[in-house]
Design a protein around this ligand. Sequence first.
Ligand code: ZN
Length: 421
Amino acid sequence: MALDSLVSNFFWSNSDGSGKIHWAAWKNYRNLKTREVGTGHYIDVFKDPWVPAAKQFRIPVNNDISVNQDMVVADLVQERSWNLQPINRKIDKLYLDLISKIPLTSSPRADKLMWAPARDGTYSVKAGYRAKTSAIEGRTGVTRASPSKKVDTRIWRRCASNPVCPVCGDETESLEHLFLLCNWVKVAWFGYSMGIYISPRNIKNLGFWLEEFQLLNDSDFDYSKAYVASMLWAIWKLRCRMTFEQVEPSPSEAMEMTNRAMKEYWEVNSLFPKAPTFAEPEASYKWRKLQSHTLKLNCDDAFCKKNGKGGIGIVCRDSEGLFIKGWAEQVSAYSAFHTEMLAICKAVQLVEEWGMQSVIIEMDCQDLYKAVTQCSFRHCPWSLHGLLIEITDPVQNRSLVSFSLIPREGNSTADRLAALA
Ligand SMILES: [Zn+2]
């Protein structure tokens, strides 16, 4: 069936024959490249993409304000901290805030090109697959250049000759109605394990909804993307079957098809995300009684996603477990992971400042633990690579400073401090 192959091409084009993913030309993804700030000498403030969390990683330039077109990021850095004075009145406060969160390290590396969709900034098959999924979901940047958009309108014209919804018959059928608001569709979204509740008041535009959905679910990035793409695909197919074969679609059918699509395209490609990792007691944790002169620094953080503010808490104990010193401060960050990293970074600084010799720095985030103990960028978002070096560099030459992963409950005092910060 021609329509069938059009639809499946749209979502899962496999024309290259090497698996289920068809690779769109690299140029379609160029908007996903960005720069990690190192020295900042080679990043143009207004022309280059470099601001994490900004749209296309760029600062939008207001036409009626003259900007120094040759300004580089290094011009905004003074003694390794941000001095945003030169652009203070020229750009939106939101962007000033985003920039001020970019970590600056004491010994910066060269500026580096990063592949933004990948957590670690490296382009890989998986990262490309994610970008492909993003393109399907109509995220900014990719979609405009993506060939799938053309297919999208082509199918649309073929099927949407009648403006009335073929399923409920009483609404004008917009994309929003088709995919989100028609009653049977609402049940399908809500009935699935993610329990997405769709309220008509909040939906003005399918693209915006998808974007927002992705922002709200960034912890389950791969899963929610695959799920949404699969559900959209199932809804589309069932809706078309109604148009051409007059077979009524049902929510449970949509859910089943979504399940199958998830299995087929994700498990087969072994891209299905593994169960979330929890901090497990490791060998280092079992060893509780410390040598008499060893101290423990217990780190934790609290992060509020809404305002991007966080707190970090560090507690120092002696070998008997007695409280010696504590530290708490407020920070601004992009994510909980970023906050946790700032906490570890502070702990490393405190080792120096408090003149400690033999120290174990404890944390409860497994990914961060792996990143610092293996000095591995793979476990760390690309925008924070500089910060990772800031943590691992000073420790590398000190055999008496080590890191340890502990279960969450072992961290309760630092938790409380972080929440108070
Ligand atoms: Zn309808």
